[in-house]
Design a binder for this molecule. Structure first.
Ligand code: C2G
Length: 129
């Protein structure tokens, strides 16, 4: 059975996230998602609106997702791939090339993003209310 893993913040869950997770489910039998912890996002310089517990709860409820783990560091991808016998690592093309170091351990795939939606745009449009 094929296992695929991805990582992300998944703040203010939207169809861009959903489309990606649906794609992963089409590509593998088991889908694992590393949801970035609040602390890790500070390290990414990324402000999040929704706390980790709630972001992890929402991702866990998505039918395409089999397992949610916390993403606490950049390095954990190496041990996660081994621990969960991952066949493929996949992430959106905004990260193209950044995780090629994993290609010794598993297939590395960069997927098209969904256009015209992002948490940044959602936050900006919310400000207008
Ligand atoms: N995504 C997408 N289309 C969008 C927005 C996001 O396909 N319109 C994808 C991203 O490419 C990523 C996933 O949804 O694969 C999660 O996006 P983010 O929550 O923005 O992830 P990010 O904060 O970039 O964290 O170690 C990897 C990092 O944790 C990725």
């Amino acid at each position: 059975a094929k296992t695929i893993i991805t990582y992300g913040t998944f703040d203010m869950f939207h169809v861009g996230h959903l489309n990606l997770l649906r794609r992963l489910n089409e590509m593998a039998d088991r889908v694992i998602v590393g949801v970035s912890t609040d602390e890790f996002n500070i390290g990414k310089g990324k402000k999040v609106l929704i706390p980790y517990e709630q972001r992890a709860d929402i991702v866990s409820a998505i039918q395409y997702v089999d397992l949610v783990i916390p993403e606490k560091s950049w390095e954990q991808k190496l041990s996660d791939v081994k621990e969960y016998q991952v066949d493929t690592f996949a992430i959106g093309k905004d990260w193209e090339g950044k995780f090629d170091f994993l290609s010794d351990l598993c297939e590395v795939v960069y997927l098209d993003r969904t256009d015209s939606i992002s948490t940044t745009d959602l936050k900006r449009s919310l400000k207008r209310f």
